[in-house]
Design a protein around this ligand. Structure first.
Ligand SMILES: [Zn+2]
Length: 271
């Protein structure tokens, strides 16, 4: 029988996972019965043209939990560092926080921003990425953070995602979970409003006329997100070696070296 793995998704912001990995996460939960935990490092307090930071912290936290419920996550944990300023946290402190959660949930798989993908403009994404890589790489070493309450633990697989992926070698067919991914994304109402507000500002800045962005009512962002995600995942699926209707893409990494050393395949990707 297949082993039930534990999966830890580490992100900077409440909706990061839903944009790039929620279809795959839903397959881990629904098909494999894996326990998936999400660790959101910031308080999301800069993600709006409309709400105050104070209101955003509260609203985005509630929406993150609702999205996690749609996906069947075991837990959504919010660390609450100030949004946009993750680079003010010492990298080794951030790494230690993530490593503590890896050890607590005994993560077999980590998913996060790819620390080596190019052109990432968000400092929080870059910080989350490198700290997660280091935490996963050394979580089994008892001399790293010996004060942690849970024992060292070996992570064996990583799925790295990115806005501009480099060397993506794992395309996951999400045709069966695309609707759930979109439903989870739409639970992040304040962030989806932000996404569409930014598009409206971009059209204004360019002086171009985009009819679908005109006269949007309170629910007007929803069909735009739905359409955009379908297009994005279809374009990803078209890039897979065996074409898929809808896909998410990752750079997949085996973190141990047993397979390399022995020429075995003890570590098997699920998809
Ligand atoms: Zn983000």
């Amino acid at each position: 029988m297949d082993r039930r793995k534990s999966v830890l998704v580490v992100v900077a912001h409440a909706d990061d996972m839903e944009f790039l990995a929620a279809g795959t996460v839903a397959r881990f939960v629904d098909e494999k019965g894996y326990a998936v935990y999400e660790y959101i490092l910031t308080d999301n307090s800069k993600g709006s043209y409309r709400l105050s930071s104070k209101d955003l912290i509260e609203v985005s936290a509630r929406e993150a939990v609702e999205a996690g419920n749609v996906l069947g996550l075991k837990e959504v944990r919010l660390e609450g560092y100030p949004d946009g300023d993750l680079n003010e946290v010492h990298p080794n402190v951030l790494r230690g926080k993530i490593m503590a959660m890896i050890r607590e949930v005994k993560a077999d798989i980590v998913m996060s921003w790819d620390p080596f993908a190019p052109y990432e403009d968000h400092p929080d994404h870059r910080m989350a990425a490198m700290a997660t890589l280091e935490a996963a790489a050394f979580a089994s070493n008892p001399l790293f953070y010996p004060e942690h309450p849970h024992p060292p633990h070996m992570v064996t697989e990583a799925y790295w995602f990115a806005k501009s992926p480099l060397n993506a070698d794992k395309f996951v067919d999400i045709a069966g979970t695309l609707d759930k991914k979109i439903a989870a994304l739409l639970k992040h109402d304040c962030q989806m409003v932000l996404t569409v507000d930014a598009l409206v500002r971009e059209a204004d800045a360019l002086g171009v006329d985009v009819p679908i962005l005109k006269d949007l009512g309170p629910e007007g962002h929803r069909p735009i997100i739905d359409m955009g995600i379908r297009q994005f995942c279809a374009a990803t699926g078209a890039k897979a070696s065996t074409s898929m209707e809808y896909a998410e893409q990752f750079r997949y990494q085996k973190l141990g070296s047993l397979d390399n050393l022995l020429g075995t395949d003890f570590v098997k990707p699920d998809f």
